[in-house]
Design a protein around this ligand. Structure first.
Ligand code: TMP
Length: 199
């Protein structure tokens, strides 16, 4: 299992889990690359700043789609592909399922998202862990952490739809995706994730 993505709404504990996975895999002697989206390469991190700062309506949905894909292309070409080619395990905090969920919810057609992904990106995860918490709890956690204001300012109805979008993606691809209940203690979530990845 070499390309693993972690997905979910705001405050679902992705960063905590991914750090735990990276530590556990490093102890097992694996070459692990821990990365994130939007971002993960210098150019993509610059694009991330454009995406996560400013007013909620700063970008329309199509512009957002193009920005996340511009960032992803740079990240994939400069970081992910080379790492996979040398045999490393890549752990990525968010990837194309976030585009399907976030930009899809904003009205971008799914076939356009998938077509750009296929033609401009062309690398799919082997396994995707979707972290799930009730949206109220996720928003509270995200607010406590003081994260990226633009995406977190959208309200509870929005975050409820987002959760449903991630659950639908996971249900449609049960071979690739597993949903983890992230209201459990973080040690339990990590143990479940490690078991799923070694299965
Ligand atoms: P993060 O807070 O998990 O680092 O993610 C930053 C924001 O970027 C998050 O609110 C979701 C958003 N995003 C998209 O809208 N589309 C995408 O394709 C990705 C990867 C992230």
């Amino acid at each position: 299992m070499s390309f693993i993505t972690i997905e979910g709404g705001e405050g679902t504990g992705k960063s905590t889990l991914i750090r735990g996975l990276a530590d556990a895999m490093s102890v097992q002697g694996k070459d692990v690359v821990l990365t994130r989206e939007p971002g993960g390469s210098p150019g993509a991190e610059d694009i991330r700043t454009l995406l996560v700062t400013g007013e909620a309506d700063r970008w329309d949905a199509m512009t957002e789609l193009l920005l996340v894909n511009a960032a992803r292309r740079d990240h994939v070409e400069r970081v992910i592909r080379p790492a996979l080619a040398r045999g490393a395990t890549v752990l990525c905090d968010r990837y194309v399922d976030s585009t399907r969920a976030y930009q899809g919810m904003r009205g971008v057609p799914r076939d356009l998202i998938d077509s750009i992904h296929k033609q401009a990106i062309g690398v799919d995860p082997d396994k995707t862990l979707v972290l799930d918490v009730p949206p109220e709890q996720g928003l509270t956690r995200a607010a406590e952490r003081g994260g990226d204001a633009r995406f977190e300012s959208m309200g509870l109805a929005y975050h409820t739809k987002l959760r449903d979008a991630f659950l639908a993606i996971a249900a449609a691809e049960p071979e690739r995706c597993a949903v983890l209940n992230s209201t459990q203690p973080k040690e339990t979530v990590l143990a479940s994730a490690l078991a799923l990845l070694s299965a």
